[in-house]
Design a protein around this ligand. Sequence first.
Ligand code: PMV
Length: 365
Amino acid sequence: MVELNKIFIAQASSNIAFTKYWGRRNSQINLPNNSSISMTLDENVSTRTGILFSKDLNSDYLYINNELQNIYDSLIPEKLKFIRKILDEMKQKANLNKDVNCLIYSENSFPTSAGLASSASGAIALSYVLSAALSLHLKDSEISVMSRKISGSGCRSIYGGIVEWKKGLEEDGTDSYSIQLQNESFWPELRDIIVIVDSQEKKVSSSIGHITTVETSILYKARLNFVENQENPQLRKAIQNKDFETMAQIIMQDSDSLHAVMLDTWPPIIYLNDNSKEIIYDVLDLNKQNNKTIAAYTFDAGPNAHIITTVDYIDKIIETLRHNKNLKIKDIIVSKQGTSPKLIINKEMTNKILKIYDDLKQNLI
Ligand code: PMV
């Protein structure tokens, strides 16, 4: 039973992939061509999503970072369409009366201007809070599947620590969800230094990139084979043995392979810029100077770097980057491993939701 007029708030983190998801076998429900392994990040890189179901709202409302989103138009972005679809599916599953609508309010812990992708943490926070507010008692795997449909990479944030998204084989995607490889206390020294060099919107969205790479890249097949048959098995073992050097090598090679197939896509997809290249060279130099691999760079669909390292080297790495005169840094966020999503109590957010709710009831919006 859904509790009307009660606010539920969930907090969920983003994640950084060590082996990346790129290319799908089904774009409707985000089924990937390869399994991917990631580290869940902490509350510095997270989303809080609150939800309130009520009979006093004339439709569903979604606010992301204080902005009302149009979730009804047919021309809205893919991710919003999925949110609309999931919302309908879940309301139906909970047997909600037609006169019950909801207000969703979602906000990131990091500034939107940081240029970090927020769809992963947003998707998992929404899936988690929906399941709780509608008392659906969904299993973790089901919440992971729900989140996958909104944002593929988001399905890995269902767990803290180190997580693997199994690509699955079923056509309906019921076996394409994430499992936890290690919880956050297994290797607590791991850190992600996120170096923000650009806050612009990306030129090619990942949704389009997933499709055009599969359609046009000649190198893509070789990458798939490499990720599935070499990188993932070796990475699982390296993680289990806390073998940082092997893990770091795989992380860097996988990022390079991803950006190689992106460049090999037609029209080419170029996410890295001169700042990204400076960071790559700084990390390689640091490893050389230390006579061992102390850090690994990795890049998603953008120029901002994630440098995976252990707690002892954070200062040294940041100092090296700050001394590089050719590198223009906007911001640096250091993240530990984060936990699974959780329900929280947050007065400030509760008040914001109540204010919007009142305005909506009085037709002030
Ligand atoms: O989840 P999407 O559709 O935004 O795809 C993002 C994929 C990468 O971030 C580039 C890699 C990954 O596995 O997170």
